[in-house]
Design a protein around this ligand. Structure first.
Ligand SMILES: [Fe+2]
Ligand SMILES: [Fe+2]
Length: 459
């Protein structure tokens, strides 16, 4: 009896520990073959590698716009914050500060790879539209794609003291209407099965705006699905556009919400929903057709990773930009010159009109302390004593914050187990790959770098 209870307990423990920081969903199936694998006429097009035209653009991601009229106090809002780490109360001010800076960057266009709103509330979308209109008025064109929070989100609520009350959200049709002038009114082609599109922001350059979100599967009054996928039909559409780009000798860039490759070792194991399903298939498809840079968001981290396909010699970079709602509140500026030289620079919002001196520190403490609160809640579930918890939670928060900022410098040891009891040692051992992953900066550098789009070399 005792033994059987212990076995059940251990099984439960392993299951729970595996999901301490992660969850998973079934992977969607992708088509097994693409035209580049079977069609000789298409294969003959692959060596065509047009130069990238000179251009300069910015990327700002995961705005998570939040209109404060939805509530910033009370028990229900505090409970939300305890399970999240977004700077919602300052969201409008941070976004305004970022847009003000971007308007002075002399960029031709601005990419926003999704999670425009906290949870898809119509009022928040309207706030984003107003902000982006103002940015466009200052010069650059703005292009958006949805993130997992933006469409058919059952968690669109306002906070009314102890409770929440549903507020209107938006459907996929509403999204296209709302963001008509931020991509959808200048498309060369539109996918029928998603909100993906192609447009030409610069003569000779095609931009694939890819909708990787699972909004069709979201349920009313439930949290939206975090994971992302392309249907077989969308993948076929993407390939058709890449073939057309070859024929018309256009260089291609892409942007989407979900990552197309791991941003740290064990990324897929612990946070698989932050990568698009069948990420290997997607990154290979884009790389084969010479797409060198894909701009992503979703995980709220500043991270660049690269992938090389040894069989064909193709390569591709996933340039993830962190969230404006999470320290270090970044945006990026990319300048392409000489047909193949992409210079990437990162800028951080470090002051707000209401917090000129200490905003950067406040934002960092907010995510650090929020991570500690969430780690404490997890450790409570695994019966780690309140006395033992502080020995590890600060280390978890440090690793997470380092990953968010990018260009991580791994400490030695990765986890200092001094003072850990046997039980905490076991829990730490279960999570060591995640902590080590956050501290591991896969090449290349994350914030400021130059990429040769012809060879893949990084300076
Ligand atoms: Fe986000
Ligand atoms: Fe997201």
């Amino acid at each position: 009896m005792i033994r059987s209870r212990n076995v059940s307990f251990l099984c439960l423990l392993f299951l729970c520990a595996a999901s301490l920081f992660a969850c998973s969903t079934p992977q969607s199936s992708a088509p097994q073959t693409f035209l580049y694998q079977t069609d000789k006429a298409v294969q003959a097009l692959l060596p065509i590698r047009p130069d990238y035209p000179d251009t300069r653009f910015a990327i700002v991601s995961d705005l998570h716009f939040y209109d404060k009229s939805l509530g910033t106090g009370g028990k229900a809002f505090q409970e939300y914050l305890d399970g999240d780490r977004k700077l919602l109360s300052h969201s409008e001010e941070i976004i305004a500060a970022a847009m003000e800076k971007i308007s002075k960057e002399r960029v031709r266009f601005v990419l926003v790879p999704g999670d425009l709103t906290k949870d898809g509330e119509r009022i928040n979308h309207e706030g984003v539209v107003k902000t982006l209109k103002k940015l466009e008025y200052s010069g650059p064109r703005v292009y958006v794609v949805p993130g997992n929070h933006d469409i058919n989100n059952g968690a669109a609520v306002q906070y009314t003291g102890d409770d929440t009350k549903p507020v209107p959200g938006v459907s996929e049709k509403d999204f296209e209407v709302l963001y008509h002038e931020f991509g959808y009114n200048e498309t060369l082609a539109r996918d029928r099965d998603s909100l993906s599109y192609v447009l030409e922001p610069e003569k000779g350059l095609w931009l694939l705006g890819l909708d990787s979100c699972k909004w069709k599967e979201n349920k009313p009054q439930a949290h939206p699905l975090t994971g992302g996928a392309f249907s077989a039909s969308t993948l076929a559409w993407i390939e058709s556009q890449l073939i057309l780009a070859k024929k018309e000798k256009k260089a291609v860039l892409a942007f989407m919400h979900h990552g197309i490759m791991e941003h740290y070792p064990a990324n897929k194991k612990f946070y698989g929903q932050y990568l698009v399903d069948d990420a290997e298939t997607v990154s290979k498809l884009l790389a084969v057709y010479g797409v060198r840079l894909v701009f992503t968001g979703h995980y709220h981290a500043q991270d660049v990773t690269q992938k090389e396909f040894k069989d064909s010699g193709d390569f591709i970079f996933d340039i993830e930009t962190g969230s404006l709602a999470t320290a270090p509140c970044p945006y990026r500026v990319v300048e392409i010159r000489n047909g193949h030289r992409a210079v990437i620079r990162s800028v951080f919002i470090e002051a707000l009109p209401s917090m000129k001196e200490n905003f950067a520190g406040y934002a960092r403490d907010f995510v650090f302390n929020g991570t500690i609160t969430m780690a404490n809640a997890s450790l409570d579930q695994y019966w780690v004593s309140k006395k033992q918890q502080p020995l590890v939670t600060g280390q978890v928060a440090q690793a997470y914050c380092a990953h968010l900022r990018g260009d991580e410098k791994k400490p030695d040891p990765v986890i200092n187990t001094e003072g850990f009891g046997i039980w905490l040692r076991f829990i730490a051992w279960m999570q060591k790959d995640l902590i080590n992953g956050w501290w591991t900066d896969l090449p290349p550098r994350d914030n400021d770098l130059t990429i040769d789009l012809a060879t893949g070399a990084v300076n």
